[in-house]
Design a protein around this ligand. Structure first.
Ligand SMILES: Cc1ncc(COP(=O)(O)O)c(C=O)c1O
Length: 393
């Protein structure tokens, strides 16, 4: 049966990771990987997660099945993290295996409820947005997003495309910390998108995978909350991979906001029916950790403090990059590093420059030029800036 299958081409990010690992140079720098790292180059288990795991270990009495909707206390808490109190009254969350699972469940839900819908994703967008939507059977088109000159959002072009959309369209937006560009939508534009969604009837679909890693937990959800206040229906995928550091525990949620809780619950029930046909129910461990943290005042404080420190580290690196680039180039060409939010910045570096940075300087960046600022150590900033200039960036 399987003889007909071709050997797949290697994943470019995974092969870059392998190349980096095998590079003997001591001063090599990995900016390719998509995870947060501390100044020691480690993706740490957060203290609140350690503490919650100890509680789970001591108190867990069963590993019996939990049910299709997952951990309901987790679902309640995640809703409160993303939406305002009044929005929570007409919304419901479904625990999923990461935001990836949420993206797929929502895509499946749209495909069965409104077949023929087109999902509009930003150009560029998270590398998995298109394949997930297409595998659910949806048509995918792109709206303009990045201004190649400024490296910031081309808001007039984006809004002009959204202006032309209607009820058969779904608009997938990044809630904060846009991946791969780092360029976020201004609050004014979130208001404008809200007006367009109300007027033209397209469904907003918000993917928020980095809440708390831009400005703060509250500020990072502001844009999507503006939209949620304005529209009758909206869908959200959210992740605990980055802000709780639970990457491998596959913890996330699909949120449905509708006219009332009953309609949202019906949509969730449909997603449960769909998940029954694939992974059935989500893994319990990560959600139990998040549930334990968010229902304990002291663990919540510990988690928020550590998340704020992660956020400060990334924003500190961004400011230091801007300062070093200004000093060394006497230009403001790289100021975008300070204007971007979250872990990533899309540099727009050419393939040749990316190759030169790897070969001559041991600096690893994925094709397309996405840099993971959170992969940098403070002590590496001058080396990085000098290498960029030497390579002609
Ligand atoms: C924008 C975006 N959405 C979704 C995901 C998937 O997250 P998860 O690991 O929770 O499945 C990522 C992960 O990098 C992402 O960047």
């Amino acid at each position: 049966m399987f003889e007909q299958l071709a050997t797949p081409k290697g994943d470019p990010i995974l092969s870059l990771i392998a190349e980096y690992r095998n590079d003997p140079r001591e001063n090599k720098i990995d900016l390719g990987i998509g995870v947060y790292r501390n100044d020691a180059g480690i993706t740490p288990v957060m203290q609140a997660v350690h503490d919650a795991e100890a509680l789970l270990l001591a108190n867990q009495t069963t590993k019996a099945y939990q049910g299709l909707t997952g951990d309901e206390a987790f679902n309640e808490e995640i809703l409160k993290l993303v939406l305002t109190e009044s929005q929570c009254k007409r919304a419901i969350a479904l625990q999923t295996p990461g935001a990836s699972g949420a993206l797929r469940m929502i895509a499946d839900l749209i495909a069965v409820t409104a077949p023929g819908s087109t999902v509009w994703i930003s150009d560029p967008s998270y590398i998995n947005h298109r394949p997930i939507m297409e595998k659910a059977g949806l048509t995918v088109k792109t709206y303009p997003y990045l201004n190649a000159e400024t490296r910031l959002v081309n808001e007039p072009a984006m809004l002009a495309t959204l202006e032309s959309l209607g009820p058969k369209d779904v608009v997938l937006l990044h809630g904060c910390c846009h991946n791969p560009s780092g360029a976020d939508i201004s609050l004014d534009s979130w208001h404008r998108i809200a007006e367009l969604a109300t007027k033209n009837g397209f469904l907003p679909f918000i993917d928020i995978a980095y809440q708390g890693l831009g400005d703060s937990l509250e500020a990072d959800a502001q844009g999507l909350q503006v939209l949620a206040d304005a529209v009758e229906e909206m869908v959200i995928s959210t992740s605990c991979s980055k802000n709780f550091g639970l990457y491998r525990d596959r913890t996330g949620a699909a949120i449905i906001l509708s006219k009332n809780k009953q309609i949202a619950s019906n949509a969730r029930a449909k997603m449960c029916e769909l998940s029954r046909g694939s992974y059935s129910m989500p893994p319990a461990h990560g959600a139990a950790i998040v549930h334990a943290i968010l229902t304990s005042e002291s663990l919540t404080k510990s988690w928020r403090d550590e998340l704020d420190a992660m956020n400060r580290r990334v924003n500190g690196l961004r400011s230091a990059l801007v300062k070093a680039f200004r000093e060394k180039t006497q230009t403001e060409r790289f100021d975008y590093f300070g204007q971007h939010k979250g872990m990533f910045s899309l540099t727009g570096l050419s393939d040749d420059i990316i190759a030169e940075l790897k070969h001559n300087h041991g600096i690893y960046i994925v094709g397309g030029g996405r840099v993971n600022v959170a992969g940098l150590k403070e002590s590496e900033i001058d080396t990085l800036v000098e290498a960029f200039i030497a390579a002609g960036a």
